[in-house]
Design a binder for this molecule. Sequence first.
Ligand code: APR
Length: 257
Amino acid sequence: MNAGAASEAQLQAARELLAQSARVAVFSGAGLSADSGLPTFRDPATDALWARYDPTELASAAGFAANPQLVIDWYNWRRGRYAAVAPNAAHRALAAQAGLVQITQNVDHLLEQAGAAAERVLHLHGSILYDRCHDGGCDYREAVEPGMPQPLRACPRCGAPLRPAVVWFGESLPMDVWHRAQRLCENVDCLLVIGTSATVYPAAGLIALARECGSRIVVVDPNPSAASDVADAFVRGAAAEVVPALLDGLELVSNPD
Ligand code: APR
């Protein structure tokens, strides 16, 4: 297996942990989509977004209030990038595991595009394929065409501005999705962590929660991270190279019943 820096031994150790686990879940971040050509937020090797842009200006309610057009333009740019890429081999290998539930911080739908059932992908940080009303009291939401730039516009129901249905810094996660993710991490034997720096909370807290509940942690990342620091097996390599080999021939499930 040519998996970059990943050694055969790292891979075998991780495969053994997965193979002996009755219940497995996946927790992923921007690194999962890096091999599709999308930048991560913090990894300098991937033209990281937060190295080039100010998250308080572009991914916060205060930033949106200060300059809504700037935020809308930036998300139109990001949507254009998403529309131009396709799932990579890691998305496809994960989607092929029909019994797995994927907890992701990613707002792209590359897992679903690769064939994962939508109800088995938990988007903790929302979705870039929808706009929603900015007024927390109004639950208006509409799907947007990824490649089509969206104008700054008002909610047809209450008149407040519409904004991307992603979770900005300082905002709460969608509670139903968060609770499902917590329940899952409390009940798995192994959590497969792919391409996240595990530095953004509360999402990153799922790793500690799973460990506290007795789960093993398998990490895939080309770089050491807060997740690899607590891993039982760390496969150092790119997701698109490592994940297909890691899951090859295994049939993993999240809820055996
Ligand atoms: N394959 C696997 N992992 C990769 C790859 C790759 N090809 N390339 C980079 N990585 C790893 C990096 O080493 C890093 O550990 O992916 C991780 C990306 O980390 P971040 O950029 O911090 O992304 P993420 O952890 O998803 O960020 C969490 O922060 O900005 C917010 O809401 C945003 O959901 C996001 C959250």
